[in-house]
Design a protein around this ligand. Structure first.
Ligand code: FMN
Length: 189
């Protein structure tokens, strides 16, 4: 079984999303000792902005398609994602590979895999909160993975990280607790 682990926070050891994504991977490794993990730190090893030539290079989309599980550490920056993560999404959203348009509309081709996102946000964006309409990280990821056909999509969210040390500590502890509860991967049908 193959797991692809991505991180995209610029905050290194102070990053919440990196700590939580690592805890998710550790949990899945303990449930599946034979798990093959491929790791990419999109900050230390960044992808260039999308170009027409890059669209023709299918190495990353093929790696995504071959993965049974994808664990993504995602930070909210300026109400959306780190551009490093957006650059990876640009490389796996490829017509004819992960989606296609038919007469009936768009069809996702990347189903059958599980995607787990560890998302960290400085403020609070829950339903009904004043800033909810500014949430373009979780909503974007739900939209794009849904478009690609991924139906098994989970979020572990730590929020209010910038609202003081107590809120940060309790949000981090809650997210690490959720990471430790991530269910094992279901056997393929
Ligand atoms: C450059 C930068 C931009 C940020 N922009 C936002 C933002 O728009 N909204 C927000 O709620 N928090 C924002 N934050 C706070 C981060 O979302 C918060 O620190 C979160 O923990 C980042 O994830 P990380 O710890 O994995 O890096 C920003 C932080 C940085 C460093």
């Amino acid at each position: 079984m193959k797991l692809l682990h991505l991180d995209s926070s610029i905050l290194g050891e102070n990053s919440v999303s990196r700590a939580v994504s690592a805890a998710v991977v550790a949990q899945l490794k303990s449930a599946h000792p034979d798990l093959e993990v491929a790791y990419r730190d999109l900050v230390a090893d960044p992808l260039p902005h999308l170009t027409l030539a890059a669209l023709a290079d299918h190495e990353l989309v093929d790696q995504f398609l071959a993965s049974d599980v994808v664990v993504i550490g995602a930070a909210m920056y300026n109400f959306s994602l780190a551009t490093q993560l957006k650059a990876w999404i640009d490389r796996v959203s490829i017509a004819g590979k992960t989606f296609r348009y038919t007469e009936a509309g768009a069809q996702g081709l990347a189903g059958g895999k599980r995607v787990i996102v560890a998302l960290s946000r400085g403020g609070l964006y829950g339903a009904g909160s004043p800033a909810a309409a500014m949430e373009h990280a979780e909503t974007y990821l739900r939209g794009v993975f849904g478009f690609l056909g991924v139906t098994d999509l989970e979020f572990i969210i730590a929020e209010g990280i910038a609202m003081g040390p107590e809120q940060r500590a309790s949000a981090l502890a809650g997210a690490l607790g959720a990471a430790g509860q991530v269910a094992p991967v279901k056997a393929a049908a």
